[in-house]
Design a protein around this ligand. Structure first.
Ligand code: ADP
Ligand code: MG
Length: 765
């Protein structure tokens, strides 16, 4: 049953875990989707970046491809190769282009650059030289011009002077002729003249004057002729010098012309050389340009192939990008879809879990009932009466020395066995359970917990604390404020259990407190504590007993119980001068009644929990007590014996149970018979000085417990319970019931017991 319970519990836990798992999965999936979307966005980002890079690369390549313009230009220039100047210019342009390209291109350390620079320099030098030569030529030209001009001038002057001279000559020759004619004429006419002269002389002075005049004129003319001759001579000289100068000039001109020719030839040569140089330079530049062009072409081809290889990559990238974009676009839809499906799944799962829960609850209820049945059966098989022992620790009150020495030892493997050293002999006892001194109140309560809970199910329960005064009965039942005993813990447990069942059940818990002193029952919570209460049969014929006038307090919380306990205590304190003395001589009862009503079925249950702190079990009678002490002792002895008898009769399932032999058993009759459950907690002191009483208590406990169960023992054990006085035998075996030589169980006894249980199981089906 426990296993199945545990299994069910496990299953329930598992289902809850599953539910949690499903929820976790959902959150995980949501997280996943979120992270996926983030990842996709990141991928899109990187793809965009790549695209940008590609575009840049393409544009760069395109700009590089732009070089074809230069190529065309160059082609054009090649066609116009004759026009050297233009070509040179083109070449220079090309060179510039190339230099730019080289600057653009990563190959900065190209040797062509330096070569180019050298050539450029040479070219410029040559150009300079050509310029100089040209300038010189122009200068020479100018000089030649000047000289020719001067020559022309001189020639002109010469011509002029020649013409002048010719004119003069002509004039002079004419005059000469004239003069000669005149002279001739004159010669031919000398008589005449003489005559004339004579005539003149004869005739007049006038002729003489004219002769004079003519003579002066002749003289003058002769002078003139001389002068003219001189001039002529001069002229001739001048002509000669002119002619000389002319020859000189001519030679000079010739020289100049030769020089000019030479210069011209030189210039032509130089020009030729320069041209050749230029051609060579151009060719070189051209070839270099071609090589570079080739390299550029190769580069271009590489770039083209690169581009070609890049294009598919770009295509795939764009494709990827598009697909990703699609995915991203579709993602919210997908997410919604997934979320919807997940939600549906979860709701389905929850529904399933709910249904399983319902099913489980149903099963659980069924199992609960089964468990209750089984538990009862188990308890019945184990016997409804359990006997436990509790050994208190050695306290200050035990004093010091050998008297306070510990006389009780335990079995390490078996928590039901206890050894007592009495008068040098070790006696072993076996109970249902033994609590060593170090056992806490909580541990003790654990043992009785099941009994307390069964009270809620409508069972009657009795828990007794038995033992000599000072063995810890009150400690076990009431405990201290800091460490409460069974009473308070039981009520606390009842409260919590009732609260747990509040959904289906209504419960009322009431408490009464009473004491039995000298066979008189008194209400500890009533207004008249001295009043002796009577126990009566219920008039309804149900056979139930009740105590008219016994006060009942309804309690709902721990505070309520504390108030009730305090109230009861105060009563007891005010009533008695010596509380401990009195309390050890009376039985104190706490009666808790739990009444339940199942709201759904209307079923009513009533369970009673009787918590009894019995009077001290020590044998006062033997020590020759008298008067009231003797009466007390007799009453206690009687009531404890009666309790022993009753429990013995119950445990051996005798037909007659002597409940009426004492007030205590009579009062607890309905809580001891039938399905009721009883726990006897036998308290013992471990001190050496108490061993005799301890031995008595343990014997009582073992005898109560050792009653055989089942029909065989029922028939066999019809003898009466030995009276309390008979327990006083000091030797352990003397008062033992037949068949029980010593306290510890032998294998044979164990097997006979298990056989009886098996029989029991068999008969109960
Ligand atoms: P009884 O009621 O049987 O006369 P008490 O309960 O008054 O005995 O206990 C006697 C003394 O021993 C008290 O001082 C109590 O505190 C102490 N005592 C009893 N049992 C224990 C225990 N398990 N642990 C500690 N002290 C205990
Ligand atoms: Mg006490």
């Amino acid at each position: 049953v426990m296993a199945s319970m545990a299994h069910l519990q496990k299953e329930k836990l598992r289902l809850q875990e599953e539910l949690l798992e499903v929820q976790e999965k959902l959150t995980a999936r949501e997280n996943d989707e979120l992270s996926l979307s983030l990842q996709l966005q990141g991928q899109v980002e990187t793809l965009k970046e790549k695209l940008l890079e590609q575009a840049q690369e393409i544009s760069r390549l395109r700009s590089e491809l732009g070089g074809t313009d230069a190529e065309k230009h160059r082609d054009l220039l090649a066609a116009e190769n004759e026009r050297l100047r233009q070509e040179m210019k083109a070449c220079e342009g090309e060179l510039r282009e190339l230099r730019w390209q080289q600057q653009q291109a990563p190959c900065c350390d190209c040797p062509h650059l330096q070569e180019n620079a050298g050539l450029q320099e040479q070219l410029s030098q040559l150009q300079r030289e050509a310029e100089e030569t040209r300038a010189k030529l122009v200068e020479l030209d100018l000089e030649v011009q000047q000289k020719t001009n001067r020559l022309a001038e001189v020639e002109l002057r010469l011509k002029d002077s020649l013409a002048e001279r010719a004119e003069e000559e002509e004039r002079l020759s004419r005059r000469l002729r004239d003069s000669q004619e005149t002279i001739a004429s004159l010669k031919s006419q000398p008589q005449q003249i003489k005559y004339i002269i004579k005539t003149v002389e004869v005739e007049s002075t006038k002729a003489k004057q004219a002769l004079c005049e003519t003579q002066s004129r002749n003289q003058y003319l002769q002078e003139q002729v001389g002068m003219q001759k001189q001039v002529l001579k001069e002229m001739e000289q001048q002509l000669q010098s002119s002619q000389k100068t002319e020859a000189k000039l001519r030679a000079q001109i010739m020289m100049y012309e030769a020089e000019l020719e030479r210069a011209h030839g030189q210039m032509l040569e130089e020009m030729q050389a320069m041209e050749e140089e230029k051609n060579r330079a151009i060719e070189e530049a051209f070839s270099r340009a071609q090589v570079e062009m080739k390299a550029v072409h190769e580069n271009l081809a590489g770039v083209r192939t690169n581009l070609l290889t890049l294009q598919p990559a770009l295509r795939t990238l764009t494709h990827d990008y598009n697909s990703l974009k699609r995915q991203v676009r579709d993602f919210p839809l997908l997410l919604q879809e997934t979320l919807r499906s997940a939600r549906a799944e979860i709701s389905q799962a929850i529904e399933e879990v709910h249904s399983t829960n319902r099913e489980l609850l149903r099963k659980y209820r069924r199992e609960l009932q089964l468990r209750k049945k089984c538990h009862n059966e188990l308890v019945r098989l184990k016997g409804n009466i359990r006997v436990s022992g509790r050994v208190r620790p050695i306290t200050k009150e035990d004093g010091e020395g050998p008297e306070a020495a510990n006389a009780v030892t335990f079995d390490a493997d078996d928590d039901a066995v206890l050894h007592l050293l009495h008068k040098g002999k070790q006696v072993s006892f076996e109970l249902d359970k033994v609590f060593p001194p170090q056992a806490s109140q909580e541990e003790v309560f654990q043992e009785v917990q099941a009994l307390v809970t069964s009270c809620i199910d409508g069972y009657n329960v009795c828990i007794f604390a038995y033992g000599q005064t000072g063995a810890g009965k009150t400690y076990t039942m009431e405990g201290t404020a800091a460490n409460p005993g069974i009473n308070q813990r039981a009520l606390q447990l009842l409260f919590s259990e009732v609260r747990g069942k509040a959904a289906d059940w209504d419960y009322t818990i009431t408490v009464s407190a009473a004491e039995i002193y000298n066979e008189a029952l008194r209400d500890l919570l009533g207004k008249e504590p001295q009043e002796k209460l009577e126990i009566k049969l219920c008039p309804d014929g149900s056979g139930q007993l009740y105590v008219p006038g016994l006060t009942e307090f309804r309690v709902q919380s721990v505070e309520d119980i504390n108030k009730v306990f305090e109230f009861g205590h105060v009563k007891r304190v005010t009533e008695c001068t010596n509380l401990n003395e009195h309390s050890s001589r009376s039985h104190a009862l706490l009666i808790v009644t739990v009444r339940g009503l199942d709201r759904s079925t209307g079923l009513r249950t009533t369970g009673k929990l009787n918590l009894v702190d019995l009077a001290g079990s020590e044998r006062v009678g033997r020590s020759g007590a008298e008067g009231s002490r003797l009466r007390e002792a007799q009453h206690i002895n009687k009531s404890l014996s009666a309790l022993g008898d009753v429990i013995y009769a119950l445990r051996s399932r005798q037909g007659h149970v002597p409940f009426r032999n004492s007030k205590l058993t009579y009062l607890l009759q309905d809580s001891l018979s039938g399905d009721s459950k009883t726990l006897m907690m036998v308290q013992v002191s471990p001190a050496e000085k108490n061993t005799s009483e301890t031995l008595c208590s343990l014997k009582f406990a073992e005898r109560v417990r050792s009653v055989e169960l089942g029909p065989v023992s029922r028939k066999a054990e019809l003898g009466s319970w030995p009276s309390q006085e008979h327990l006083e035998g000091d030797s352990p075996g003397s008062a033992a019931p037949p068949g029980r030589g010593h306290a510890s169980p032998s294998p044979g006894q164990l097997s006979s017991r298990s056989a009886s249980i098996r029989r029991k199981l068999h008969t109960s089906g």
